[in-house]
Design a protein around this ligand. Structure first.
Ligand SMILES: [Zn+2]
Ligand SMILES: [Zn+2]
Length: 200
């Protein structure tokens, strides 16, 4: 087997280069422990589809969960989690410690957290647009999920890889409604352009 290196050439150059770790950790927070078992296969499926040299690992080390739990505690006010603050807290940890350096897909309990008020606007519920209903993701390698179905996982993972834009095509996973799992030809092409793979 040959080794390969991934470089993400998305629009945000000053981000944490999580892809250098070659790993995505899937971590559960709180009452949803064990849900990584359902989410990890959707991530692996996409990793294979795009030939990404990334290992997808269900991370259950207590120290990793604790560190993420502490970062979440610093970024929340009651049921409201500020994912941009969380990303900064995680990046702060990453400077001094190895354990949070990979890409992080963090599953949180939708009963404990309201839809995120961040930058990633999503679905339509009861005729109005909800913010971060399924999750919110940053190209720094921080993806927080409130819902774990395949469509949402793929949509958010694409954001984490650096595909920041939504798609106007309703039959594409990058549409904000996120009703299908497949990417349209356009978004597929964009993602492949962002994910630069070098054979070593
Ligand atoms: Zn989105
Ligand atoms: Zn699309």
């Amino acid at each position: 087997m040959t080794k390969a290196k991934l470089t993400l050439r998305g629009p945000e150059p000053n981000r944490w280069k999580w892809e250098e770790a070659g790993v995505i950790f899937v971590v559960s927070h709180g009452a949803v422990q064990g849900s990584e078992a359902g989410v990890a296969p959707s991530i692996r499926e996409m990793v294979q589809e795009f030939d990404l040299p990334l290992d997808v690992i269900r991370q259950q080390k207590p120290r990793v969960s604790e560190s993420i739990g502490q970062c979440i505690d610093k970024s929340r006010s009651g049921n409201s989690l500020n994912v941009a603050v969380l990303k900064n807290e995680i990046n702060e940890q990453r400077r001094t410690s190895n354990e949070l350096r990979p890409g992080l897909v963090i599953l949180v309990d939708p009963n404990q957290f309201d839809p995120f008020q961040g930058t990633d606007e999503h679905t339509w519920t009861f005729g109005k647009q909800e913010l971060g209903y399924y999750g919110e993701s940053h190209p720094d390698g921080v993806c927080v999920l409130r819902y774990y179905h395949r469509e949402a996982v793929r949509h958010e993972l694409a954001h984490m890889l650096g595909l920041t834009q939504h798609c106007t095509n309703a039959s594409c996973a990058m549409h904000y409604g996120c009703r299908v799992a497949q990417f349209c030809a356009e978004c597929d092409k964009k993602l492949r352009r962002i994910c630069f793979i070098e054979q070593l």
